[in-house]
Design a protein around this ligand. Structure first.
Ligand code: HEM
Length: 249
C-alpha cells in the first residue's frame, strides 16, 4: 500500500514536470548514442574530412528544408507559435551558402543523400500535416543540439578541414543569438508554455526519441556512403543506399 502510494506520487511528479526537463531526460540515452555514432566520434576527434562535411551538409539541407517549411506553415499553431524563432534559428539559408561555397553555383544538382535522410524528411512533412504539435520535438532536437554541442563541433570542423575563418561554416553560426545559453533558457521556457494534454505530451516525448533515432540513422547512412568510396566520387554512391534527392517525389 505504502509502496503503491509512493509510486503514484512519483508518477504525478513526473507528469507535473516541465516538458523541457522531461524531453531532456527521455532522450538522454539517445543523445549518448548519437554522440557515439562513427560520424560524430570523428567530429569529436577532430577527424572531419571535407567529403564527410560536404555530404553532411547535403542531408542537413534536406532536413532543414522540411523542418523549416513545416514550422513556417504551422507558425500560428498554438503548439508551434511559442517555439517559432525563424530570425534567430533558421538554418536553411546558411546551409545553402555553405553548399554553394563547396559545390559551386550548380550545387542543387549535386545534392546526394542516404535513404535515411528522406525517411526523416518524410516524417517531418507528415507530422507538419497531421500532428503539428510534434514539431516541437523535432525543432528541439535539431536547434538545441546546434546551439549546444554544435558550437564546439563547428570550431573543430574549421580546424580539421583547415578552413579560413567561417568560410563554408555558416551552418554553425547563429548571428541572431548573442548568448546560446540564455537563448536555450528562453526556448525551454517557451516549450514549457505549450499547452498539451497528457496524451499529447507523451506523444511529443516519444517523437523526440524518434527524432534522435532519425538523426542516428542519417549519420550511419552517411558513414556507409562514405565507406563505399572513401573519397569524393559521388558517382560510386549510386550502388549504395544513396539517392539523388531531386529524383524523388
Ligand atoms: C545538448 C554535446 C550531438 C542534440 C548538448 C550539450 C552538449 C552536447 C555538451 C549541453 C548539455 C547541457 O547543456 O546540459 C554533443 C556532442 C555531440 C552532440 C559532443 C556529438 C559530437 C548531438 C546530436 C543531437 C544533439 C547529434 C541531435 C541530433 C542535443 C540537444 C541538446 C544537446 C537537443 C539540448 C539538451 C537540453 O538541454 O535539453 N549536446 N552533442 N546532440 N544536444 Fe548534443
Amino acid at each position: 500500500m505504502e509502496t503503491e502510494k509512493r509510486t503514484q506520487i512519483s508518477a504525478e511528479q513526473i507528469d507535473n514536470r516541465d516538458l523541457s526537463e522531461q524531453i531532456k531526460e527521455v532522450t538522454k540515452d539517445s543523445h549518448v548514442r548519437a554522440e557515439n555514432t562513427e560520424l560524430m566520434l570523428g567530429f569529436q576527434r577532430g577527424q572531419v574530412t571535407l567529403p564527410q562535411y560536404k555530404l553532411l551538409l547535403c542531408s542537413l539541407y534536406e532536413i532543414y528544408q522540411a523542418l523549416e517549411e513545416e514550422l513556417d506553415r504551422n507558425s500560428s499553431h498554438p503548439a508551434v507559435a511559442p517555439i517559432y524563432f525563424p530570425a534567430e534559428l533558421a538554418r536553411l539559408k546558411s546551409i545553402e551558402n555553405d553548399l554553394e561555397y563547396f559545390y559551386g553555383p550548380d550545387w542543387r544538382e549535386k545534392i546526394v543523400v542516404p535513404a535515411a535522410t528522406l525517411r526523416y524528411c518524410h516524417r517531418l512533412r507528415q507530422i507538419g500535416k497531421e500532428n503539428p504539435e510534434f514539431l516541437v520535438a523535432h525543432a528541439y532536437t535539431r536547434y538545441l543540439g546546434d546551439l549546444s554541442g554544435g558550437q564546439v563541433l563547428g570550431r573543430i570542423a574549421q580546424k580539421s578541414m583547415g578552413l579560413k575563418s567561417s568560410e563554408g561554416l555558416s551552418f554553425f553560426a547563429f548571428p541572431g543569438v548573442s548568448s546560446p545559453n540564455l537563448f536555450k533558457q528562453l526556448y525551454r521556457s517557451r516549450m514549457n508554455s505549450v499547452e498539451l494534454t497528457a496524451e499529447e505530451r507523451n506523444s511529443v516525448l516519444e517523437e523526440a526519441v524518434r527524432a534522435f533515432e532519425f538523426n542516428i540513422q542519417v549519420f550511419d547512412g552517411l558513414q556507409k556512403m562514405l565507406s563505399v568510396t572513401g573519397n569524393e566520387h559521388q558517382e560510386s554512391w549510386t550502388n549504395s543506399e544513396a539517392v539523388h534527392s531531386k529524383t524523388l517525389p
